[in-house]
Design a protein around this ligand. Structure first.
Ligand SMILES: NC(=O)c1ccc[n+]([C@@H]2O[C@H](COP(=O)([O-])OP(=O)(O)OC[C@H]3O[C@@H](n4cnc5c(N)ncnc54)[C@H](O)[C@@H]3O)[C@@H](O)[C@H]2O)c1
Length: 278
C-alpha cells in the first residue's frame, strides 16, 4: 500500500533530535524523502546542550533504515543564506519540495518578563520567531516552482495560544508563529499551499525534560525528578498525563502534511491533552 507521503519531499528544521527527528522518521515511514537541518552546536543563552553532529547522523540512519533518502546539513535557522543553500542543495538532489516543517526552537531564561535579559530575549525571537519565517522563506519558492501545492507546518506551542509565567519571551515568539502561520496561509492559499501550526503541550524531549524545568515545576524540592514534575504536569491537562511523546506531535504533523488534510489551512492544532481547556 502506498504511504501517505509517497513520492514527496519534506524539509524539516531542528531534525537532529526530539520532535524534529520524530517528524523525519514518521514522514519517512509514509514514503517521504527528507531534507534535515539542525544547528548541531550551542547557543550561549541556552542552558541545556543543543544537538551535536552525531544526533543528526543518527536521524539520517533512522531514515535510511526505512529505505528513504535523506539530505542533512548543519545550519542555524538564524542564517537565511545558509538555510537557502541547504534547501537548494537538498531539492537539487531530490528534485522537488512538498512539505516544510519549521520545528527548530530553543528554551532559555526562566525569568519573569520584567527580569528577562536582552541576550535571552534576542536569541529567543531570532530562533523561535525569525528562524521560522526564514525557514519558510527559504523553502517556499521550491514548493511554488513545483506547481503541485504543498503543506507547511509551523511548530508553535500551547504557549502560542495562552500565557505561562517565567517564559514570556517564548510565549511572545510562539504567539508570533501563529501570526506567521495565518499570514502565510492567506498569502499562499491561491497556489494551493496550506499552512498550519501544531501547538504541543509539554513534550518528552530535552527542551522540556531537563533539570531547569524540573526545578521550575517543583521549586519546593531540592532535587526534583521526572516523577515529581509529572504531578504538576498532570494538573495542566484534562487527560491524566504530564506530557506527550514526540511521536504524538509527529502524527499530527503527518496528518497536516498529508492529503487527508487537503482542505485544512490556517489552523493552530493543539496536541495538548486538553491543556487549553484549563
Ligand atoms: N518540548 C516541549 O515541551 C515543547 C512544547 C511545545 C513546543 N515545543 C517546540 O517544539 C519544537 C521542537 O523542540 P523539541 O521539544 O524537539 O526540543 P529539542 O531541544 O529536543 O529539539 C530542538 C532542536 O532544534 C535545534 N535547534 C535549536 N536552535 C536551532 C537553530 N537556530 N537552528 C537550527 N536548529 C536549531 C536543536 O539543536 C535541537 O536539535 C521547538 O520549536 C519547541 O519550541 C516544545
Amino acid at each position: 500500500m502506498a504511504g501517505r507521503l509517497e513520492g514527496k519531499v519534506a524539509f524539516i528544521t531542528g531534525a537532529a533530535r526530539g520532535q524534529g527527528r520524530a517528524h523525519a522518521v514518521r514522514m519517512a515511514q509514509e514514503g517521504a524523502d527528507i531534507i534535515a537541518i539542525d544547528i548541531c552546536k550551542q547557543i550561549d543563552s541556552v542552558q541545556i546542550p543543543l544537538s551535536n553532529p552525531e544526533d543528526l547522523a543518527e536521524t539520517a540512519d533512522l531514515v535510511k533504515n526505512l529505505d528513504r533518502r535523506i539530505f542533512t546539513a548543519e545550519v542555524d535557522t538564524r542564517d537565511f543564506d545558509a538555510l537557502k543553500a541547504a534547501v537548494d542543495a537538498g531539492v537539487e538532489e531530490f528534485g522537488r519540495l512538498d512539505v516544510i516543517v519549521a520545528n527548530a526552537g530553543i528554551g532559555n531564561g526562566g525569568q519573569t518578563l520584567d527580569k528577562t535579559g536582552e541576550p535571552d530575549w534576542n536569541d529567543m525571537i531570532a530562533v523561535n520567531l525569525s528562524g521560522v519565517w526564514k525557514t519558510v522563506k527559504a523553502g517556499v519558492p521550491h514548493i511554488l516552482a513545483g506547481g503541485n501545492g504543498g503543506s507547511i507546518i509551523l511548530t508553535s506551542s500551547v504557549g502560542g495560544l495562552k500565557a505561562y509565567p517565567h517564559t514570556g519571551h517564548y510565549v511572545a515568539a510562539k504567539h508570533g508563529v501563529i501570526g506567521l502561520m495565518r499570514t502565510f496561509a492567506v498569502e499562499l492559499g491561491a497556489q494551493n499551499v496550506r499552512v498550519n501550526s501544531v501547538c504541543p503541550t509539554n513534550v518528552n524531549t530535552p527542551l522540556f525534560m531537563n533539570e531547569g524545568t524540573m526545578k521550575l515545576f517543583r521549586p519546593d524540592l531540592e532535587n526534583p525528578g521526572p516523577d515529581d514534575m509529572k504531578v504538576v504536569g498532570q494538573m495542566m491537562h484534562t487527560l491524566p498525563i504530564g506530557w506527550v511523546e514526540p511521536e504524538d506531535v509527529a502524527n499530527a504533523v503527518l496528518f497536516l502534511a498529508s492529503d487527508e488534510a487537503r482542505y485544512i489551512t490556517g489552523v493552530a492544532l493543539p496536541v495538548d491533552g486538553g491543556s487549553c481547556l484549563k
